[in-house]
Structure formats: C-alpha cells, structure tokens
Design a protein around this ligand. Structure first.
Ligand code: MLT
Ligand code: MN
Ligand code: ZN
Length: 301
C-alpha cells in the first residue's frame, strides 16, 4: 500500500498559533532545526489505482490536499481521490476538517464508531450540520474485530484505552469505541495505526507485533511535559496519551517488537523535544530505530 502522511502534529499543529514554547518560538525564528507540521491525518491507497482512504479529517485538510497532488487526480470537473473518511476518534483535530469537504455532490462516505457518531451528533454536531450540505453516508466501525473494506483496503478496529474529546460527556469515563487503533491490510502488508493511544494492553501489543509497520502516538516525550512548562495541569496520561520516555513508555514497548517492524511516531505535540532534529531526545529515538513522521512523508509497503 502507499501511505502519505498529510499531517504529523497533534492538536494545535506546529508551531501552534499562540505558543512560544522553545520549539514553537525556535521554529518561527529559525533557531531550532525543526519542520512545521499540520494536524494529524494520513491518506492510504492500495498499490494500484488512484482512490484511497483518508484517516482523520484535520482542520488543516484544505492545505494538506493542496500540498499533495495524489489527493486530486482530476479525472472530471469535480473530483477527489478520497473514497471515504475513517475517524479514529471525535477530537477536534481529527474531525473538524469534515466541514471543509461539504462541497461534495454526493454524501460523504464516513466510517466511525457509534460513540464517535454520537459525539459528532450532539456535543459537536458536525454530522447534523453537514446534513445541510453534502450529508454523510455513515457506516459503523465494528468493535468486535470484524474486518471491513474500503477502496481495496481491509480494515480491522481495536478499541483503545485513551480519552474522548473534552466536549464529550464521557471524557472522564471512556467506553470502547471512543478511540480506536486500526490494522490496515492490502494483502501484501499490514500497518497498525493509532495516533491516540493511552495504554499498551496485550491485544494492542499483539496487533503491533503482527504489523510490518506501526504508526503510533507520538504526542509527548514525558508524562509531565505540559505541567512542567506551565501550559496545563494535565499530564499526558490524563488526556489519554502514552509518553515515549521512562518506564512503560512507548520506546520501551517498541523495543519489544520484532526486529523487522518499521516504527514511526505521529501526532506529535508542539512541546515535544523530538521535533528538534538536534535534540538528545531525537538521538535517543534514532538509536532505538524509531522514526518521527513529518508532513509529506510517503511510505510504500
Ligand atoms: C489530543 O489528541 O489530545 C488532541 O490533540 C487534543 C486537541 O485536539 O486539542
Ligand atoms: Mn489529537
Ligand atoms: Zn509550543
């Protein structure tokens, strides 16, 4: 399959509009060697054909589509390579880009879980608003492991321990389906994608270990990254993200994967020191064989 990373940053993007942390100020002034990034989204096509699946609809989607010609094959006066959209959760950074697709002539094929569809019809009623434009043709993502197919890709969801969006009535009491990971297969290879992942449970580790490539939560380096900078009282784990460093962190888990597994981090928060290409933290990842996604990265697998 052919993967294009459209956006590799967490909510807020990088640099974040109102942020003057070391990374955000440094990338603006050119004193930190880092690349700006838009908010979390990927596009995957099978080996053949032009159509593919958009995973998450970021608020930056129009800029992302303009920057990546594979999303606009121009086969007719109105066209798109997006055969369908799959949501991993109902967070603002993953769902509000749906508004930008409203000019479609037919309802937008949209796959999401029941809890996400509920949040997107109540607390943040994007689906109800879109009904006044193109509308959505919504399909439920099964949580029992049943595979489903979109545009020649076979998908299988795994409920994850993380957090629904702050506006969700379930923010502090998540249920299965608020956040998912996906096994994505094309007959040749298997990818595990989980941009928001709070805990590596045995089924999650099994899914990661069975994949050729893992593309997982790279939000924070340390659990107390935001509190330490005085930016929030909440830790990484409080908001449903497993930090990379320390005991039980993502680096340790990734170290247990088979040697052949390609390991990438995505959904990186602007405070994360791994964005600085000259940082010690980035060097630690490199030694562990872990790559950091950037916008426009293309992977054929
Ligand atoms: C998260 O995943 O926790 C987010 O990036 C939050 C947000 O969109 O503001
Ligand atoms: Mn997010
Ligand atoms: Zn910042």
């Amino acid at each position: 399959m052919r993967i294009t990373v459209l956006g590799s940053a967490a909510g807020g993007g990088f640099p974040q509009w109102n942020c003057n942390c070391r990374n955000c100020a440094g990338v603006r002034s050119g004193t930190v060697r880092a690349k700006p990034r838009t908010q979390s989204s990927i596009f995957i096509r099978p080996d053949e054909g032009e159509d593919g699946v958009l995973f998450n609809a970021s608020p930056d989607i129009l800029e992302q589509i303009r920057a990546r010609p594979e999303l606009q094959p121009a086969r007719s006066i109105r066209d798109t390579a997006i055969a369908g959209v799959v949501l991993m959760d109902g967070q603002v950074d993953h769902a509000t880009g749906l508004f930008m697709l409203r000019e479609r002539g037919t309802p937008l094929p949209l796959w999401c879980t029941d809890p996400v569809a509920e949040d997107l019809s109540t607390g943040n009623p994007i689906l109800r608003v879109l009904a006044h434009y193109c509308g959505v043709q919504r399909q439920a993502i099964p949580l029992d492991g049943t595979r489903f197919e979109i545009a020649g890709l076979s998908l299988q969801a795994l409920p994850l321990s993380s957090k629904p969006a702050p506006y969700s009535p379930r923010r502090e009491a998540p249920i299965p389906g608020d956040n998912i990971g996906l096994l994505i297969r094309d007959g040749r290879s298997t990818v595990f994608y989980a941009p928001g992942l709070g805990e590596i449970t045995p089924p999650v580790f099994d899914a990661m270990a069975g994949a050729d490539l893992v593309l997982v939560d790279g939000t924070f380096w340390t659990d107390d990254e935001m509190p330490r900078l005085g930016l929030s009282a909440k830790t990484a784990r409080d908001i449903g993200h497993l930090p990379q460093s320390g005991p039980g962190g993502m680096i340790e888990w990734m170290g247990r994967l088979p040697a052949r597994t390609r390991r990438l981090l995505i959904h990186i928060n602007n405070t994360n020191p791994i964005l600085d290409e000259d940082s010690a933290e980035r060097a630690t990842l490199a030694r562990a064989g872990i790559e950091v996604c950037e916008d426009g990265l293309r992977i054929n697998t």
